[in-house]
Design a protein around this ligand. Structure first.
Ligand code: ATP
Length: 346
């Protein structure tokens, strides 16, 4: 069943954490709430979980209005950043705990908990206390505990942010494969764009308690509507432009060719990997004469920084294959890109 957040407003004193926010979480999807610190991600998750009460709005699961249902009766599994396991219970007992509260029989409880421990590859740790396990293991147990009662929704509040990079990468793909295996509708709060791009079916970019843009990772990357989203997801060149007498995009001394109308925009986005460099004109719709100002070798990639000769107060970042010949500082090159690589941003 889809989850619908309708016209939800949540205030803390004078701070409006969520402002008339509406959103659909499709059944079976993994949706990430993404945005900078303070944008309202956790508040939105907590309102959905029933841990916070919104002043206005509704939370609907299918046709059911959950707005007045206490958290314990929502049948949602929640995993927090801090593993929040019961310190005096073994891994197995931690996973069984919610089943005990729901009155499952002893035999059923044990079988289900063991199944969940298998799922997170920690059956052999069943008898350990949380303090005897690593952070990654504890978070796996927390996930197993949340999934054990077969929740209708799984809510993950920055579940990976306390873990080191390697464990984080492993758990990302593990969470995603578990989520897909069970088809469980999942919401994950993160401020890590890579995490959201890699894991989500749908990303909700939040800003100041409102939705800035919602879409599949690829859509948001390829078609950001605003400067904020373009800048928040992936690396991008933001070109300051004005409309010239012909109504076209003027970038310093040069006119740029875009697809579609300019609609009064003053910024165009251009992904670094959309630019190719050449010595000679290469027949591209846009071609800017530039001076190389810096290069950075990163192994599989290299970054080249260029100053457009016709717009010397702006810089262009270009991403090239690591095996391509590295330009030298001071080289004169053409930066080439098609019209459809220029993103018109609000
Ligand atoms: P972060 O990534 O830093 O966790 P966030 O996007 O999850 O941020 P929220 O924690 O939802 O943001 O906070 C949204 C706004 O509401 C912020 O301005 C925050 O200061 C405020 N806020 C959140 N919880 C409370 C509270 N209990 N009391 C007062 N203000 C709060």
């Amino acid at each position: 069943m889809d989850l619908d957040v309708k016209n939800t407003t949540k205030r803390y004193g004078h701070v409006t954490a969520l402002s008339d926010l509406s959103l659909t979480i499709p059944a079976g999807s993994l949706t990430c709430f993404l945005g900078p610190s303070g944008c309202g991600k956790t508040t939105l998750l907590r309102v959905i979980a029933g841990l916070e009460t919104a002043e206005e709005g509704q939370i609907l699961l299918g046709e059911d209005d959950l707005s007045d249902t206490p958290p314990s009766e929502r049948n949602f599994g929640v995993v927090f950043q801090s593993y929040s396991l019961f310190p005096n219970l073994t891994a197995l007992r931690n996973v069984q705990y919610g089943l005990e509260c729901r009155g499952w029989s002893r035999g059923r409880r044990r079988a289900r908990a063991e199944e969940m421990l298998d799922l997170v590859h920690l059956r052999d740790q069943a008898g350990k206390l949380p303090e005897q396990m690593s952070g990654g293991q504890q978070q796996r147990i927390a996930i197993a505990r949340a999934l054990a009662p077969e929740p209708s929704l799984l809510l993950l509040d920055e579940p990976l942010s306390a873990l080191d990079a390697k464990v984080r990468a492993e758990l990302r793909s593990e969470i995603r494969s578990i989520q897909q295996k069970f088809g469980i509708t999942t919401i994950m709060v993160t401020h890590d764009q890579n995490e959201a791009l890699e894991m989500a079916d749908q990303i909700v970019v939040l800003r100041d308690g409102q939705i800035e843009q919602v879409g599949a990772p690829r859509d948001l990357y390829a078609h950001p509507q605003t400067r904020f989203v373009a800048d928040f997801i992936g690396a991008i060149n933001l070109l300051d432009i004005s409309a010239n007498a012909a109504g076209r995009a003027q970038f310093g001394m040069q006119e740029l060719h875009i697809e579609g109308p300019l609609n009064g925009a003053t910024t165009l986005g251009l992904r670094p990997e959309a630019i190719t460099l050449s010595d000679e004109p290469a027949g591209a719709e846009n071609s800017l004469a530039c001076t190389v100002t810096n290069t950075r070798f990163m192994g599989n990639l290299q970054h080249v920084e260029l100053r457009p000769n016709g717009a010397p107060d702006q810089l262009l970042q270009v991403e090239m294959n690591g095996l391509a010949q590295t330009p030298r500082r001071g080289d004169q090159l053409l930066a080439n890109f098609p019209a459809n690589a220029l993103l018109v941003l609000r």
